[in-house]
Design a protein around this ligand. Structure first.
Ligand SMILES: C[S@@+](CC[C@H](N)C(=O)[O-])C[C@H]1O[C@@H](n2cnc3c(N)ncnc32)[C@H](O)[C@@H]1O
Length: 355
């Protein structure tokens, strides 16, 4: 009987670990509401200010405003004076929560977390049936959250650290080469490439039409729409031949990643290169048992596995498949010598060439 075998110290430690996770999860709706109502930006622009003043500026009820501020202070996401009357966001808190164009923005993670809670029933049923849940059935929060959450990392790394490590890619694009961003979502990476390489012929493809529509409107807002050709297309059905084909955080979402890689191989020009950006992970799941692994395995259970299982083949490799599995997929698709070109705490870049 488990109760007689309990170690009180181990139990206390386990319970404390749960309390920390529960507290972190409890803040999710607080963050989402703050984001939707623009509260972080109002506090950033007007702090330090009293809760009363803040509620007036934000045009929200004073009592809700104060409790929201207290929850944030308890989480270490906001600061108050000794009397707990005046509140402000530090420059770092402003950078992660308040400004959409901040290079350090992290608030998008809460879109994905909220979206995943909305998706519980569909994914719970899929646990029983073994079937998938199509990407378009996810809550819209997941789509915008993905784009917002990845954007700062792409902004910091894509042009400065990732592409320069893949030999020949920068030169190809500078010389007007062709580039396809497969599973481009809102086209955040696509926009960055189009802006940095004005002579390159840039294409973005995604199976999800609403994401392509959003990508088109973002390219129009940025004045780059004439440099990008977006099309709603599956990774095994787009048209054209390219010098560089990239998959940003999406190959593992596909039902048939090997088929998608083989199709990319067939649609690369001679000497062309495939660039995969995937979550950093070890081949050994035990080595992924840490904070980032907790996040990715959870996102994967709620999003990547159901999406992949909803598609042809349904391989469902998961968000942390690891370099060995990903390299195997590329090699089976015909690519020579897949290798990790760059790696940081959250992402790894794998490159492989057409023989
Ligand atoms: C996690 S999102 C990443 C989006 C984008 N690359 C980014 O980094 O923001 C995965 C994307 O893969 C797309 N996707 C999934 N399966 C696909 C397929 N078979 N063909 C094309 N796109 C696919 C989804 O629609 C979604 O936009």
């Amino acid at each position: 009987m488990y109760l007689s075998k309990l170690d009180p110290e181990k139990l206390k430690k386990q319970q404390w670990q749960i309390m920390q996770n529960v507290a972190a999860a409890a803040i999710v709706p607080i963050m989402r509401i703050g984001d939707e109502l623009g509260l972080f930006k109002i506090l950033a622009n007007n702090g330090p200010c009293t809760d009363k003043k803040f509620s007036e500026l934000a045009k929200i009820d004073h009592r809700y405003a104060r409790e929201w501020l207290l929850a944030l202070c308890a989480a270490g996401y906001c600061n108050s004076d000794e009397e707990v009357e005046v509140f402000h966001l530090s420059p770092e808190q402003q950078a992660v929560f308040a400004y959409e164009d901040s290079p350090a923005l992290m608030i998008g993670a809460y879109d994905v977390l909220s979206g995943n809670v909305h998706n519980i029933e569909a994914v719970r049923d899929a646990f029983k049936s073994g079937k998938g849940v199509e990407y378009h059935k996810a809550h819209p929060c997941c789509f915008q959250g993905t784009a917002r959450f990845f954007k700062p990392s792409y902004a910091a790394n894509l042009l400065k650290k990732w592409l320069p490590k893949v030999s020949g890619v920068v030169e190809k694009l500078q010389e007007g080469g062709s580039y396809a961003d497969i599973g481009c979502g809102f086209g955040i990476s696509t926009l960055m490439i189009a802006e940095a390489f004005p002579d390159a012929k840039v294409y973005g493809f995604d199976i999800h039409e609403p994401s392509i529509e959003k990508a088109i409107s973002l390219s129009e807002e940025s004045g780059l729409s004439n440099r990008i050709n977006y099309q709603a297309a599956d990774a095994k059905s787009y048209n054209g031949y390219f010098d560089v084909i990239a998959f940003f955080d999406c190959l593992h979402d596909m039902g048939d990643p090997e088929g998608a890689a083989r199709y990319a191989y067939e649609h690369l020009n001679e000497g062309g290169v495939i660039v995969l950006v995937e979550p950093t992970a070890s081949d050994n799941p035990r080595e992924n048992f840490h904070t980032i692994g907790q996040m990715y395995y959870s996102f994967s259970t709620m999003g990547c596995i159901p999406t992949s299982k909803s598609q042809e083949v349904g391989l469902a490799i998961g968000a942390q498949a690891g370099p060995k599995k990903l390299s195997e997929i590329l090699a089976n698709a015909g690519f020579s010598e897949p290798q990790i070109a760059h790696k940081n705490a959250s992402n790894m870049v794998i490159e492989a060439r057409k023989k």
